[in-house]
Design a protein. Structure first.
Length: 345
């Protein structure tokens, strides 16, 4: 079980990164991994903070999550002899830093600039261009430093996407329970309840989230962190990733990068909750309330692409049993589900 040694959520946290790194016992070099937008936003201040505490600091700007960029980051870790990687940015930046640091045998610290999905705290990462079109195990962050001043200023659609990823825990946990009953797969109540509690709290605080109140943003950030911890406790992504996440990855394959991961997972949760015979309307209504996509059109995909994604989703991880079953959802059934839930017209 890998868990962060420190989790700090508050204001003006960026200026304290160097202090935290020193307290955690990191030495020598540090490498800041950030994006072209997030580096000037927060990455530069992180670099200055660790430099003030005696670290040799370098940085690398990443623009996508491809295998090529991953190898470039690993090369930078080696050439700079960095002993800690500081991931400053959104989900893509953190995923790259997480996987590159894990493969390089060094620690990493997660410093999110947007609350867009639970990758900010989980030990799993998703990199495009590899043989697996889904998240793979890397390592949990040694620390998570969430600066509310930075997070509150991120585009609202990223916050709404984070909510979509969180509410998807309802269907993920049900899939985990199903796999336990039918396949005798390990099921952990504590990890499952932690994931479900995160979803419940976000729905409860929908109004504060929509109004972008600091309390609402903090609820989303803490829920995403709790989901990451749930995965660490479970030893797998099971409490947070089920058929709805397979659908998200399948839609990425079918239609390309037309929407955010959390947005696709939220819509996938509506579809999969319907298949599970659960309260799919609550999930749909929540997505509408917070302004997240709830239809194929809002995901910028065609009805045909969405239906195809639902029919092939089961094949992405045949070892992971979900409500989609071992043979998947037939096209006619997928069309009926998507139509009944209003995901397609």
């Amino acid at each position: 079980m890998q868990l962060p040694r420190e989790v700090i959520v508050g204001r003006d946290i960026v200026s304290r990164v160097g202090e935290v790194c020193e307290r955690l016992g990191f030495q020598h070099g540090a490498l800041v991994v950030s994006g072209p937008t997030t580096y000037p936003l927060a990455g530069e201040r992180v670099a200055k903070s660790v430099a003030r505490h005696g670290f040799t600091v370098d940085h690398v700007i990443v623009e996508d999550t491809s295998e090529q960029v991953l190898n470039a980051v690993m090369g930078k870790i080696k050439s700079t002899k960095a002993r800690v990687v500081l991931a400053v940015g959104g989900g893509k930046d953190i995923d790259l830093a997480k996987l590159a640091s894990s493969k390089s045998g060094v620690s990493f610290v997660s410093i999110p600039t947007a609350a867009s999905h639970d990758g900010i705290a989980s030990p799993y990462a998703s990199v495009k261009g590899g043989t697996k079109p889904y998240s793979i195990r890397a390592q949990a962050p040694a620390a998570i430093l969430a600066d509310m001043d930075v997070l509150a200023e991120s585009p609202y659609e990223l916050l709404a996407a984070g909510c979509g990823d969180i509410v998807a825990k309802y269907t993920a946990v049900k899939d985990w329970q199903l796999a336990h009953k039918l396949k005798n797969e390990y099921y952990g109540d504590y990890a499952a309840e932690l994931a479900l509690m995160s979803a419940q709290l976000v729905i409860k605080n929908a109004r504060d989230i929509v109004q972008r109140k600091i309390e609402g943003v903090r609820t989303v950030v803490e829920a995403l962190i709790s989901c990451g911890v749930a995965m660490s406790i479970a030893g797998s992504s099971r409490p947070c990733s089920g058929a709805e996440h397979l659908f998200s990855h399948a839609l990425d394959i079918v239609a390309g990068d037309t929407s955010l991961h959390g947005e696709r997972a939220g819509v996938g949760a509506v579809l999969c909750s319907y298949l599970q015979g659960s309260n799919w309307e609550e999930i749909r209504d929540f997505l509408k309330e917070i302004g997240a996509p709830s239809t194929a059109k809002e995901l910028n995909v065609s009805p045909e692409q969405l239906v195809k994604a639902l029919t092939i989703a089961h094949s992405l991880r045949p070892e992971r049993y979900t409500i989609l079953g071992e043979t998947g959802v037939a096209q006619a059934a997928a069309e009926r589900v998507a139509s009944a839930t209003g995901v397609i017209g």
